[in-house]
Design a protein around this ligand. Structure first.
Ligand code: PAF
Length: 282
């Protein structure tokens, strides 16, 4: 496995490989969720490149950029064992310069849900991915559905900026009790970890109500009461049921062919997100 740190090294590696290239962008602190993306890419492409880069542009001034878990050596060992072809782990100066003028500004979809609480976050994600897509020229890029809004925005960006890249969605990988895997789970104490299951449990609870409730406002009201009664230490940020394509809130489940519940909450000050496609009978 080659470890590349500069754009020039990446360019040289890219010019040597032929056939499809799968790209898995990450911020490191790898867990099973990331490894599922890498495994899928390895199955579908002769070459798989993983980027490890904690992107400063997608963190707000009060967010955890400096504290974000970094463990390059352990990450490289995991990727080497899986059989990855190459890792791109550049220093910040290789990607950004203080003289940079270009900023990507997304509109409607990026201001909904997480974007409403993390101003500028998705613009930063789009900027780094646009740079990486140009440098890597992947055939396919792999994203976890845990960050569902991110996946939809990346799909939009690729479509609108004509990147010839197939975006592959990979289902969320969960711990045995259902908690969605996330690098931020490592911030939680054992007590917080026990409360963090609230997000998944609330989504599941909403699903169980669907045979008798199709009105979204009612479902959300029930979901919120379930969460506050059973998990009093969890601060809900938002709970929504949206059309999976537009990410807009719906009023009735039959209004969308693909309704999805989205949730964000804070546990011990750690921001966690999750989502679930909702199954609706006839
Ligand atoms: O999902 C992430 O880890 C990041 O947002 C990504 C896609 C690697 C861009 O920095």
């Amino acid at each position: 496995m080659e470890v590349l740190q500069t754009r020039q090294q990446l360019k040289t590696w890219r010019s040597k490989v032929h056939g499809s290239v799968g790209f898995v962008p990450t911020m490191g602190a790898l867990h099973e969720g990331h490894l599922a993306l890498v495994r899928q890419s390895l199955n579908e492409n002769p070459w798989t490149l993983i980027s490890i880069f904690v992107n400063p542009r997608q963190f707000g001034p009060t967010e955890d950029y400096h504290r974000y878990p970094r463990n390059l050596e352990a990450d490289l060992r995991l990727l080497e064992n899986l059989g990855a072809s190459a890792v791109f782990a550049p220093p910040v100066e290789e990607i950004y310069s203080p003289e940079d003028e270009i900023h990507i500004s997304l509109t409607r979809m990026s201001r909904l849900w997480c974007g409403n609480y993390r101003r500028g976050h998705f613009d930063g994600v789009a900027l780094v991915l646009a740079k990486f897509f140009h440098l890597v020229h992947p055939t396919r890029a792999y994203f976890g559905e845990k960050d569902f809004q991110q996946v939809r925005l990346v799909e939009k960006m690729v479509e609108e900026l004509f990147f010839p890249i197939q975006i592959v969605r990979v289902p969320t990988v969960r711990e045995s009790d259902g908690l969605a895997m996330s690098s931020r789970n490592t911030y939680l104490s054992p007590r917080g970890r026990a409360q963090a299951i609230a997000l998944y449990k609330t989504l599941q609870y909403i699903q169980t109500l669907i045979p008798t409730h199709l009105n979204v406002e009612e479902l959300l009201r029930e979901g919120r009461s379930y969460l506050t009664e059973r998990f009093p230490e969890v601060q809900l940020e938002y709970l929504a049921i949206v059309d999976e394509y537009s990410l807009e809130l719906i009023e009735h489940l039959h209004q969308s062919a693909h309704p999805r519940a989205l949730i964000a909450a804070h546990v011990e000050g750690v921001r966690l997100i999750d989502n679930m496609p909702l199954r609706v009978g006839d």
